[in-house]
Design a protein around this ligand. Structure first.
Ligand SMILES: Nc1ncnc2c1ncn2[C@@H]1O[C@H](COP(=O)(O)OP(=O)(O)O)[C@@H](O)[C@H]1O
Ligand SMILES: Nc1ccn([C@H]2C[C@H](O)[C@@H](COP(=O)(O)OP(=O)(O)O)O2)c(=O)n1
Length: 236
């Protein structure tokens, strides 16, 4: 993401130009101009879209389609937490499992660091941040650690009734998601957390005029046609 290497190459090229013959200077100038353009592009802050909605609303499903159509990188906070939980030697694995199983939101220090590391690993400049920020702690941590480093675009909010969300999660569990929270007991807590902690965050972004709301109850292709409109209208 942040191309320090490009900067060094550029300096090297500038020094080479100083000590070269005229023809070589022209050649190197052209290369240097290219390097400069790349440097300028790489210095642009990454564009961020937050993707929110109830558990099972279809966030992951729609993100996969947005990646294919618009070239975003999909970073799911839940997936990153599950990966970290499964990583051998992780010091926070047990903590993550406890939070996930009980439908609670993992402290932001863990989640935000995983998100930042995943962004830094990528050479792309457009990110869908799925399932984050999910409570005030998530939002405050993001504002402290990341908001200055990114170019926030909007919140894509998949709105869906509780019954549809529950049905989708239970079917996902039955068809072998292997998730320790796709069961009725965890779901009750996840929905409570969503209503109490996540909806106020969506409301906060709404007050800032930053929410693009989509009805997530139709088929996934129908939902995506609305998503597509939002991204095209937003210049992607
Ligand atoms: N529009 C839709 N209609 C019916 N089922 C859907 C739709 N979108 C997603 N699903 C299914 O519902 C489940 C939850 O979707 P997922 O994208 O994993 O949701 P989330 O990321 O919001 O938890 C999955 O099994 C998925 O295949
Ligand atoms: N910002 C986040 C996102 C997810 N988590 C944890 C708690 C959530 O219940 C689980 C699962 O989240 P995920 O986004 O994968 O799934 P659902 O939207 O709930 O279907 O991960 C978290 O602690 N903090």
């Amino acid at each position: 993401m942040f191309k320090v290497l490009t900067r060094s190459c550029n300096l090297l090229l500038a020094q080479t130009i100083k000590h070269s013959t005229c023809t070589t200077v022209n050649l190197y100038s052209t290369i240097a101009a290219g390097a400069l353009t790349r440097l300028k592009m790489s210095e642009e802050k990454p564009k961020i879209v937050f993707v929110l909605g109830g558990p099972g609303a279809g966030k992951g499903t729609q993100c996969a389609k947005i990646v294919d159509r618009f070239g975003f990188v999909h970073l799911s906070a839940g997936d990153l937490l599950r990966e970290e939980r499964a990583r051998e030697g992780s010091e926070v694995g047990a903590l993550i499992e406890d939070y996930i199983r009980n439908g609670k939101i993992v402290p932001v220090e863990v989640t935000c660091s995983l998100l930042e590391a995943a962004m830094n690993k990528s050479d792309k400049n457009k990110f869908l941040i799925d399932g984050f920020p999910r409570n005030q702690d998530n939002l405050d941590g993001w504002n402290r650690q990341m908001s200055e480093k990114v170019d926030f675009q909007f919140v894509l909010f998949f709105n869906c009734s509780e019954d549809v969300c529950v049905d989708r999660c239970l079917s996902r569990g039955k068809s072998g998601s292997g998730r320790s929270d796709d069961n009725m007991e965890s779901l009750k807590k996840r929905i409570q957390t969503y209503n109490n902690d996540s909806l106020p965050i969506i409301k906060h972004f709404e007050e800032l005029g930053k929410v693009k709301q989509i009805d997530a109850s139709p088929s996934s292709d129908e939902v995506f046609s609305k998503v597509e409109e939002v991204f095209v209208q937003s210049g992607f």
